[in-house]
Design a protein around this ligand. Structure first.
Ligand code: CTP
Length: 451
């Protein structure tokens, strides 16, 4: 258990901090919350108090009824009434400000001490983390960036905001507060002095709401049980599936793409969810609906797929890399290229996402790649990919057979791991997905007994 001090400043993303407080408390940490006045315009102190079981402090002149103690701490503090605004900062193991608004970041960079949050931040010698969340233009502005650079220089860890839909209607950009699970994984990693510890298959089910679509999240969603906060053998596991095929724009209307429909990826997502896992699908140009309760993130290009996958990978137990990323990109031309006798495009290779995630995974993570090979020595080539990319398993399908793969509802695959090959005969994609997950189960059981 750690004593976590959570500073909440004013921003719509403050509702996600409630979920952070809930997850951190569930994970056994003692959480105390400091709010700025503006934060209270977005969420109520009573909500935090109910979740963490301790009073919220706003003003540095307010007396802390708990005298600087954290929930779950042993012993009473009766002999001495401490200086309120210094005590929590002195007692915490880590201090996270989430969301950190542009205004609060500016104050912290300037060393202001005009609220309980800013005063405590200044007085805190434990690891300090900031999770900025704001409009993308405010985030990109030179003032905000300079303030963050100053704070980084002083040893404050900045958890980068994510790209995606922003609160202002119809706007996308970098400025979203990362999911509370990621914030917690990050703070736990800092506390353990290294990589985030991910639970293995045998861990107790994690009660989580992460399967709600991001944009459905809001105060009303908090506390609701989830469709997929599942029961089943994979309850407590987080599974990420990439699906579909990426597109690299050539001009305003044309792209380099491939025929991947996302059917296999969606079948895998549904199968993992049936087993009780918490599932995220990163969908590249997939027109199919995702299974109910599965979180979906839509992407178009390989760079976007890489970004969304790498950002989330740290908190996942299993990655099923079923997407077919375009292997080349070109510098897109503005407007529409006119018909002409010949056209030369300078194609550059895209990043190999699978190899990148495999290189950064921990022992408790399982990484599965897919290989679409065309006849010949397909198995040898797929085995080569297993080794080259560092995956635990490669799912090979031979695309020279027109009755399987791509838009088809059926598939036939060979599952290639370091020690064995298993043929999964032609069947519906749901049945093939189950066979893949059975193999993942065995790999994870093997990894545990090998420890
Ligand atoms: N993959 C990836 N990033 C890429 C290309 C592929 O992560 N830029 C992943 C795919 O999602 C798949 C695996 O790597 O899980 C194998 O994909 P495949 O296209 O068969 O392999 P390539 O690396 O493209 O190799 P080749 O073109 O030589 O077949």
């Amino acid at each position: 258990m750690a004593r976590l001090l959570l500073g909440v400043s004013g921003g719509i993303a403050a509702y996600k901090s409630l979920e952070f407080a809930r997850l951190a408390t569930l994970a056994g940490h003692g959480v105390r919350v400091l709010m700025t006045d503006n934060a209270r315009r977005f969420v109520g102190a009573a909500s935090f108090e109910g979740i963490v079981g301790a009073p919220v402090l706003t003003s540095e002149y307010e007396r802390d009824p708990m005298r600087g103690a954290f929930p779950g701490e042993e012993g009473e503090r009766t002999s001495h009434d401490p200086i309120g605004h210094l005590e929590l900062a002195a007692n915490c193991d880590a201090f996270l400000v989430a969301p950190a608004s542009a205004n609060t970041i500016a104050k912290l960079a300037g060393g202001f001490a005009d609220s309980m949050l800013t005063t405590s931040f200044l007085a805190c010698t434990a690891p300090r983390l900031l999770a900025p969340a704001m409009n993308d233009r405010m985030y990109a502005d030179a003032a905000t960036q300079a303030n963050l650079a100053t704070l980084r220089e002083r040893g404050v860890e900045v958890i980068e905001p994510e790209e995606g839909l922003l609160a202002s209607r119809g706007e996308r950009g970098r400025g979203r507060l990362p999911d509370p699970e990621r914030l917690l994984a990050r703070i736990e990693a800092v506390l353990s002095g290294g990589q985030a510890e991910l639970p293995g298959v045998e861990t107790a089910p994690v009660e989580t709401e992460a399967t709600l679509l991001d944009d459905d999240r809001g105060p009303a969603a908090i506390g609701k049980p989830l469709a997929s906060a599942g029961t089943g053998p994979w309850s407590g596991l987080r599974v990420m599936v990439t699906a579909g095929g990426t597109r690299e724009p050539i001009d305003a209307v044309r792209f380099i793409g491939n025929r991947s429909s996302g059917r296999m990826g969606m079948a895998l997502a549904a199968a993992a969810q049936r087993r009780g896992a918490e599932v995220t699908v990163i969908a590249a140009n997939v027109s199919l609906p995702e299974p109910a309760g599965v979180k979906r993130v839509d992407v178009e290009t390989t760079a976007e797929l890489a970004y969304e996958t790498l950002e989330r990978f740290e908190t996942q137990h299993v990655l099923l890399m079923a997407a077919a990323p375009a292997d080349f990109r070109t510098e897109p031309i503005t407007g529409k290229i006119k018909r002409q006798d010949s056209l030369n495009l300078n194609l550059q290779p895209t990043e190999d996402i699978l190899a990148q995630v495999a290189a950064m995974r921990s022992e408790s993570q399982t990484v599965v790649g897919f290989a679409a090979e065309h006849g010949g020595d397909a198995v040898d080539r797929a085995r080569g990919k297993l080794e080259r990319k560092g995956a635990d398993l490669i799912v090979l399908n031979d695309v020279s057979d027109p009755t399987i793969g791509f838009e088809s509802d059926e598939n036939a695959v060979t599952l290639i791991a370091a020690t064995e090959e298993i043929e999964v005969p032609k069947a519906g994609k749901d049945a093939v997905a189950e066979a893949i997950l059975d193999r993942v189960d065995r790999l994870r059981a093997g990894a545990r007994t090998a420890k």
